[in-house]
Design a binder for this molecule. Structure first.
Ligand code: ADE
Length: 280
């Protein structure tokens, strides 16, 4: 999979991409990640990427031109007619990122992550690009970069061959499901010593009875989910898919059309048809 990141702080990604799972994914050839500086595409003399908001008010707004040109330049790199990037804008106003959405994104051949900053981005370039808008949680960060890193990490570890056998993604929190499809939290884990600070490892884990261990882990997953996140047992996004915004499949006439998110792909949908360009 290829990921292009558009940011005004490209240096933030250097250490991140050189460390741990993202670095492994890149070394394995399962992921290529290209970070682009939006400022390099600013057509004005001072490489300005933001300006004061029309209507007044505090803060600055990121301008359309540098962002649009940066997207065009990134997408034209190594492009093939059959592979179109799913454009993602990291924003607190987006759909909250969940594991089903991560799994969907991880199966796309190409992502383009757009990181906003300042008070926001000129709405017209968002309308023009029609990205999938993703939030990593109900809090406001100073920019989309941390969200982009969260998303890259989450999709990198799902690429084939990236995680070792012993750390299989299939048993993570949110990956194990009940037969009804509800996502469960992970069970507790223990390692040596058998006793530490007066606390002992549950006997079943030392029994050598693999079926009993599996049963215990399942019970623990369900119990933890009941205690800590009962909402997960009530609302399963896969069993009950919510409409999601189309990933740059078409140009909406206005922001109102975008807000209705009418012909949006659902997480379980076929993956590639929906990213085809209009008229393709
Ligand atoms: N940019 C600012 N806050 C954000 C959030 N919560 N998620 C994604 N991008 C953001």
């Amino acid at each position: 999979m290829r990921i292009d990141v558009l940011t005004i702080f490209p240096d933030l990604f250097t250490g991140f991409l050189a460390t741990s799972i993202p670095a492994n994914a890149i070394a394995e050839g399962a992921l290529s990640c290209h970070v682009h500086d939006i400022r390099a595409h600013a057509a004005n003399k001072h490489h300005k990427v933001d300006d004061r908001p029309f209507g007044g008010g505090p803060g600055m707004v990121m301008m359309c031109q540098p962002i649009f040109d940066a997207v065009q330049a990134a997408e034209s790199q190594d492009s093939s007619p059959d592979v179109r990037a799913v454009r993602v804008l990291l924003t607190p106003q987006g759909e909250r990122l969940t594991q089903p959405r991560v799994e969907w994104l991880a199966q796309q051949p190409r992502l383009l992550l757009l990181c906003g900053h300042y008070e926001g981005i000129d709405e017209r370039v968002i309308e023009e690009l029609n990205p999938l808008e993703i939030s990593i949680g109900d809090y406001v960060l100073s920019g989309g970069e941390l969200g982009a890193m969260v998303l890259i990490d989450a999709v990198a570890r799902l690429q084939p061959g990236v995680l070792g056998h012993e750390e299989s993604a299939a048993e993570d929190s949110f990956s194990v499901r009940t037969p009804e499809g509800a996502h469960l939290l992970d069970c507790p884990h223990y390692t040596r010593p058998r006793e530490w600070n007066g606390r002992v490892v549950p006997d079943v884990l030392l029994s050598g009875d693999h079926a009993a261990v599996d049963r215990w882990r399942d019970e623990q997953r369900i119990e933890r989910t009941r205690m800590r996140r009962p909402d997960l047992l009530q609302h399963d996004p896969l069993a009950n898919p919510q409409p999601l915004p189309a990933a740059n499949t078409h140009k909406p006439a206005t922001h109102v059309a975008r807000a209705t998110r009418s012909n949006a792909p659902k997480i379980g949908d076929e993956l590639h048809g929906q990213t085809a360009p209009e008229g393709a």
